[in-house]
Design a protein around this ligand. Structure first.
Ligand SMILES: C[S@@+](CC[C@H](N)C(=O)[O-])C[C@H]1O[C@@H](n2cnc3c(N)ncnc32)[C@H](O)[C@@H]1O
Length: 286
């Protein structure tokens, strides 16, 4: 996870910003979250998708923002038949890892670069577009463009693990949980390099865009359930969550350190981090 100066260095809260939906992801972070992602993914939507994939020939899947390939490792075994996965990411370093780590039953190719340029012509011949933990990092214009491209190409689209903004702690801290959550969500919606990120609005925005094109959409919750069984991820997520909140609202730094220590002192702490998966099936796709 990348470092960044947030002023929390002396407070016990690490200056880390790689939480779900943040702008930078490292292979270590993606590896740490992969088991929780796999448990969280909405299997029902994957099952709904299968009848809409080609029944014969090779299924061509494009995984947008593939990272180290977590989506392919989860989904490939659930799709029957031969598959060719085209792995897209703007970070060339993760692409080779992803290509090498997908199940041996599928063929792969890598496509480095920004997915913002994908249009219907490039999607020709694609059976399925997937993405995982990507949508909330896009802007409304980028999501509109992606939806238009997938619709025009008639591609079923499975967009998973987008943050929805809800975080439920047990035990709750009624004073501070909501304050940090609001600051974190504002951070998710921040403007970066002239781009306004969608953050927790991503799923609703994508669903609206598909419906404008007359495309049927199914949405299912895919929350992380963090507790003693995944305490490493729970701690890293908490550090990143607070760090992002404090970057957004620096005046929260003073409270963040003690809050963090109280949280981590409790081995039974549980957190439900809200995500959602979205499946869109353009009419007549098969
Ligand atoms: C949160 S990570 C998720 C990785 C992987 N899908 C997973 O679920 O583990 C987001 C990935 O999307 C990539 N990414 C973000 N925005 C992108 C864009 N506009 N074009 C291409 N890749 C992008 C990042 O480089 C990163 O690897």
């Amino acid at each position: 996870m990348p470092g960044s100066s947030t002023g929390l260095e002396g407070s016990g809260v690490s200056p880390r910003l790689s939480t779900t939906g943040s702008a930078v992801c490292t292979p270590d972070w993606l590896g740490l979250r992969e088991p929780a992602d796999a448990t969280a993914r909405a299997t029902d939507l994957a099952n709904l998708l299968i009848p809409h994939l080609p029944a014969t020939g090779t299924i061509v899947v494009r995984d947008l923002g593939c990272g180290t390939g977590s989506m392919g490792r989860w989904l490939a075994g659930r799709i029957p038949g031969p598959q060719h996965w085209i792995l897209h990411d703007r970070d060339p370093e993760v692409l080779d890892r992803a290509a090498l780590s997908l199940p041996a039953s599928v063929t792969t190719e890598t496509s480095p670069g920004d997915i913002a340029g994908l249009d219907a012509a490039r999607l020709a011949g694609t059976s399925l577009v997937t993405a995982s933990a990507l949508l909330d990092m896009l802007t409304v214009e980028e999501v509109d463009g992606l939806v238009a491209a997938c619709t025009a190409a008639g591609c079923p689209t499975l967009l998973t693990l987008s943050v929805v903004g809800s975080v439920l702690f047990s035990p709750a801290d009624h004073q501070l949980d909501g304050v940090f959550a609001a600051a974190f969500n504002a951070h998710q919606r921040r403007r970066v390099g002239g781009r306004r990120l969608l953050g927790p609005d991503a799923v609703v925005t994508a669903a609206r865009a598909f419906r404008r094109h007359g495309v049927r959409v199914s949405i299912a919750p895919s929350p992380w359930r963090l507790g003693p069984d995944n305490s490493g991820l729970r701690e890293e997520w908490l550090r990143g969550w607070l760090s992002a909140a404090c970057e957004q609202r620096p005046e929260l730094r003073k409270a963040a350190g003690p809050y963090m220590r109280r949280r981590l002192e409790n081995p039974d702490l549980r957190v439900v981090v809200g995500h959602a998966d979205l499946l869109a099936i353009p009419g007549g796709a098969r």
